[in-house]
Structures are given as C-alpha cells and as structure tokens.
Design a protein around this ligand. Structure first.
Ligand code: PLP
Length: 402
C-alpha cells in the first residue's frame, strides 16, 4: 500500500473518497511472475476486468503485457490503448452472435467455452483460428462465487467433451491454436494450479489438437488480504509450473507459449480507497463509524464477505476500539467491515481500505446516485494520472439523457 503520509497528502489535495494506485508496485508484481516462472515461453495477459484504469493499463502495455478481455467493450478499450490484437484474448461466456462476430472481425483470438458456440463458429467462421476453454474440473478460489472449475459452474467445455470439440472444430476446418482453463480467483492451494494444468495438458495431445501454439492457464494467483495470511511460495510454485510445462512440450513435440491471466496478483495490492469518517454513532452494543463512501464503490465485502484491511491514517496510535465501518448507502449491509478492531476512529479521520486495486472500482456503480470516486495513479511517488469523480450535476445530466 502507498505510505500513510502520501495517502493523507493526496486526500488533502484531491478530497475523498479517492482511489490511489501505485503503478510501480503493479509493475513489480508483473515482473515477479517472470522471475518465478523462468522460461521465455511465458506470456502474461492482464485480466482487464480487475481494473480498467487506462494509466495502469498503459504501464502494463509498455512493460509488454497482453490482455485478457471478457466483453467487446474490454477488447475495444485494449485496442484503443494500443495493445496489439495478437496480445489480446477474448474469453467471454454466453456471448451473443453479434458480439462473437464483432470480436472475430477485430482479429483478436476468441476463446470459445461451449460446444454450442463452437458449432455456430464452425458454420459462420469456417477456417478461423480459435482457442478452446475447458473446465479444468478442479474447484478452488477464495469463495464459492469465484470458483470457475467443476460441475456447478457455467464456464468452459467439459474435459470429457474434448473429442466432440475436436469433431465439431474439424467440421468447420477450425484451427485450434490454444487451449485454456481458469480454475478460479484467489486460488488457495498450489496443488489446484498444478492439477488444472495436468488436466488441460492431458487432453492436449498432438493427435487431437495438433496445431497448438499456446496453453493458457488462466489467472487466480492469490495475494494476502489479511495481515496474518502467508504469501504463497511463488518461487517454488513457479519452478513446478515451469518443469511441468517443459515436460509437456517435450511430449507434445513443440515449444508452445505458456500464458497466464492474472488480475488480482497484478493490481489488488497496488490500490487503496481513502474514505473520511463523518459520523460516530453508539448503538448500545455497537460503535458505528460512518464514512463518505459505500458498497457500490467497493463491493467485495458485501458481495463475497471479502476481508479488506482498514487503517486509520489519522490516528494510527489511538487506543484500539471495535467498530462497524459503514458507508453512506441506504442498505443495512452497507459495511466495509463488521466488528473490526482498529485504533480509535474519530469524526473526520481518514481511513485507508487496502487491496483496493482489483475488482473494486471496476465492479463499482452509482447506486443511490453517488458518483464513483476520483482515481490517482502514482509511479515512483509522482501522480502520473488523475481522473476526477463525476460531479452530481454530470451524473444527473447522464441520467436525464435516458
Ligand atoms: C477467464 C479468467 N481469467 C483470469 C481471471 C483473473 O483472475 P484473478 O484476478 O483471480 O487473477 C478471471 C477472473 O475471474 C477469469 O475469469
């Protein structure tokens, strides 16, 4: 997280609520992966859905990253920012015919995750080069809603249907240049990553899929959200991944590219949401610290029960108390933290909500007609981009256009 003095300085300059992103930290996380997985076969495609701030994306583009896009809008944004079409993969699920056609026309590789879409592609775009997404049949993730493997999820083609997928692809002379799987977000067990790789590699035989150029093992690299949560031993995990992949390429008879699509790993830790407390309320058994943001601006605690570390920037040495840290939205569940021990919170204190760089702003909304906060992107402690919040008047004008 950006240091406390800097965060307070930025809050004073720009006001709150304010998202602050440390671009240098994001780049450090990007380069980490190349240290852990030491092969020139590695390609990292950032999962743009985690955070679509253009200044952050530009840093990743310049560092050589690719993009994992999940909607035509994300593809369009990546292209507009100058990401080469060959460095973008489109992994939408339940896409419409129009969306599919539109993205196919851009030349971006489309990752097909159902036999139904594959059949339609064989008819409408014979001869094209595509990727197939398989369900790795491994369940893992930081909660049930972010697990994407196994029978209960809507994602990917079943491994059992690999031969059927091959038959359909052949019927349209489709070239299967990549196979893909994504097990889930916030993977808790290294074994899950390795098992999913094994399961995908088991169907990736030269007899079945002889034209492969890459295998894509999705995202899911976890970062600690709690102080007492250990960091994964990515050096060891990277070594196992590299060995496994090299052995696969030997058997396959060709050096393929190995892709990963991290979102959280690159951007979660680089982000902070600064909010200001405006109301302290003593409700018999609970003390409520009410602040000037709310769950539409950082929904993970309400949506997933996710834990985000909260720091009292203004009173770090205060006597600890236990608080419900609530927002300004008309919903009882509008809490960033429940019964959280934190140094005494006073009215007008600034709080910093950590790990707010992934799936926070990008999942945001203007529910209750409160504009999303401003965003400041830092690199080496300098602000390289500032996006002001929409004003109430601009938001209302936008609503009235309907
Ligand atoms: C297909 C795909 N790839 C990559 C990701 C990124 O996941 P994470 O942010 O956990 O790395 C996701 C997110 O769920 C995804 O659905």
């Amino acid at each position: 997280m950006t240091d406390s003095v800097k965060l307070q300085e930025l809050a004073k300059k720009y006001g709150t609520p304010l998202f602050v992103y440390d671009g240098a930290l994001m780049l450090e996380r990007y380069y980490d992966l190349f240290r852990f997985i030491s092969t020139d076969a590695l390609r990292v495609h950032y999962a743009l859905k985690a955070n679509y701030n253009p200044a952050l994306l530009a840093l990743l583009r310049d560092a050589g990253a690719g993009i994992d896009a999940v909607s035509p809008g994300e593809v369009e944004l990546a292209l507009a920012l100058g990401f080469d079409k060959d460095r973008i993969i489109y992994t939408a699920n339940n896409m419409t015919d129009a969306e599919f056609d539109r993205v196919m026309r851009t030349g971006v590789t489309v990752n097909i995750g159902s036999l139904s879409r594959l059949k339609k592609c064989a008819v409408s775009h014979p001869g094209s080069r595509i990727c197939l997404r398989f369900n790795p049949d491994v369940c893992d993730g930081d909660n049930a809603m972010t697990m994407t493997g196994g029978d209960l999820t809507k994602f990917g083609i079943l491994l059992d249907d690999a031969d059927e997928a091959k038959r359909i692809a052949d019927s349209g002379d489709l070239h299967i240049i990549g196979l893909h799987e994504h097990t889930g977000s916030g993977l808790q067990h290294v074994e899950s990553v390795l098992k999913s790789m094994d399961n995908l590699m088991a169907i990736a035989t030269p007899e079945r899929f002889g034209e492969l150029e890459f295998l894509d093992f999705g995202g899911g690299f976890k970062v600690p959200y709690r102080d007492d949560e250990a960091r994964v031993d990515y050096v060891e995990m990277g070594r196992q991944i590299t060995d496994k992949f090299n052995a696969f390429c030997e058997t396959y008879g060709k050096k393929l590219l190995m892709r990963f699509e991290p979102g959280k790993y690159l951007s979660a830790e680089c982000g902070t949401l600064i909010v200001e407390v405006n109301t302290i309320k003593h409700n018999r058994s609970r003390v409520i610290a009410g602040c000037n943001s709310g769950f539409p601006q950082l929904i993970r605690p309400v949506l997933y029960g996710a834990y985000h570390k909260i720091t009292n920037l203004s009173n770090p040495d205060g006597v600890p108390g236990v608080y419900d840290i609530c927002g300004n939205i008309c919903e009882t569940g509008d809490r960033f933290a429940e019964q959280r021990e934190i140094p005494e919170i006073r009215e007008y204190d600034l709080l910093a909500i950590g790990n707010a760089g992934a799936y926070c702003y990008s999942m945001g909304s203007v529910y209750n007609l409160r504009p999303m906060p401003a965003e400041a992107v830092l690199k080496d402690d300098e602000v390289i981009s500032f996006t002001p919040a929409e004003t109430d008047a601009e938001l209302v004008k936008r609503v009235l256009r309907k």
